[in-house]
Design a protein around this ligand. Structure first.
Ligand SMILES: Cc1cc2nc3c(=O)[nH]c(=O)nc-3n(C[C@H](O)[C@H](O)[C@H](O)COP(=O)(O)OP(=O)(O)OC[C@H]3O[C@@H](n4cnc5c(N)ncnc54)[C@H](O)[C@@H]3O)c2cc1C
Length: 322
């Protein structure tokens, strides 16, 4: 049974007018933590039907005055105005690049604290305790924000989104008095790079990553990824060499991922890379060097040349599918 009886406020994201899966996951987690109800704050026209299905009672919609919520200062000030109205026990959001930046700004403005990259939250003695994996996946930590309204950013895919039989939420408009800093940036255009129909890297349940071992040819990596419905990632070596776009870089200076399944192909397992994938639930590595560091953290290691291993794996997958 949830131990919290105060409401939680979830910052929800939309793509093309639809509630995103990571936001639905955070709403599911929020519902499991409190009996006090779950509200949402939407920085664009809310998908009220989906929000109702995920148990949202009230959705706060800040009035953005033409400003873009992709600017973190705008988003943080808009959420802050919703927090003032909703008076939640805590604010939860998705631990994406943008979500983490908003979380940090929000915690400073609220004079509280933020936990980002959380892999779970429990309610204990009326407080929220967030867990996160650190130090290359070797430690699991439990963190509690001990003052003010905690802000917790939850990694995608750590819970399964489930729907309830809920009515459409009440929509409440929230006026916002934006600062000069928030008004200082005007977004002129936004163009999403084509992903070939694959899931966004940061949200994908399965990711196939190619490293230097692919020697410039990502075709087997993408073939395997498409066969199992995975996103494609890369090490910094591969992106620096221009073998694949920079947005695909996983690691300390790239995207942080937390998939259910990570498959590293020709990846050595350098600390700057593993810092970005240590929260993966199952790690599979294909590497021709039996001493490669990635085997120390892999659940399944295959010692072999990727040019031999991958065609066989792809063929077997196709055979199993019939
Ligand atoms: C400040 C800083 C930040 C960084 N940030 C990042 C980051 O965000 N992300 C990141 O990835 N890196 C980052 N790096 C770089 C990082 O330190 C490593 O250099 C990089 O991750 C190594 O990439 P790799 O595993 O592809 O290459 P390598 O370390 O060269 O490993 C290639 C592996 O492929 C194997 N191999 C070769 N041929 C085959 C074959 N035919 N079949 C199977 N296996 C084969 C080899 O045995 C080897 O283990 C950063 C570095 C610095 C200094």
């Amino acid at each position: 049974m949830p131990e919290l009886d105060r409401p939680l406020l979830v910052v929800v994201d939309h793509v093309d007018g639809h509630l995103t899966t990571p936001s639905a996951e955070v709403l599911t987690l929020a519902r499991s933590l409190t009996t006090g109800g779950v509200s949402a704050v939407a920085l664009e026209a809310p998908d009220t039907a989906a929000l109702g299905r995920h148990g949202v009672g009230v959705v706060y919609v800040p009035e953005l005055d033409g400003l873009s919520p992709t600017v973190s200062a705008v988003a943080a000030e808009a959420v802050l105005a919703a927090v003032a109205q909703a008076r939640p026990a805590a604010v939860l959001l998705v631990s994406s690049f943008a979500g983490k930046e908003v979380a940090a700004r929000l915690a400073v403005a609220l004079d509280s604290g933020a936990v980002v990259d959380a892999t779970g939250i429990t309610a204990e003695d009326g407080a929220l305790v967030a867990s996160k994996v650190v130090l290359q996946g070797t430690w699991e930590t439990a963190c509690e924000v001990t003052r003010g309204v905690p802000v917790i950013a939850v990694k995608p895919t750590v819970v399964e989104a489930t729907a309830v039989d809920g009515a459409e939420p009440e929509t409440v408009a929230v006026p916002v008095d934006f600062s000069a800093a928030a008004r200082a940036v005007r977004v002129l255009s936004r163009t999403e790079h084509p992903r070939g129909g694959r899931a966004p890297l940061g949200e994908a349940r399965t990711v196939v990553v190619g490293g230097r071992g692919v020697e410039g040819d990502f075709s087997l990596v993408t073939e395997l990824a498409d066969e199992i419905g995975a996103a494609v990632g890369a090490t910094r070596v591969a992106t620096d060499e221009g073998w694949i776009e920079h947005a695909a870089q996983v690691g300390q200076t790239g995207v942080t991922i937390s998939p259910r399944l990570y498959i590293g192909i020709g990846v050595s397992g350098a600390i700057h890379h593993t810092a970005g994938m240590q929260a993966a639930q199952t790690i599979v590595a294909v590497n021709s060097d039996p001493e490669a560091p990635i085997f120390e953290m892999a659940d399944l290691g295959i010692v072999g040349d990727l040019n031999d291993v991958l065609p066989q794996a792809i063929e077997e997958l196709r055979r199993l599918r019939g």
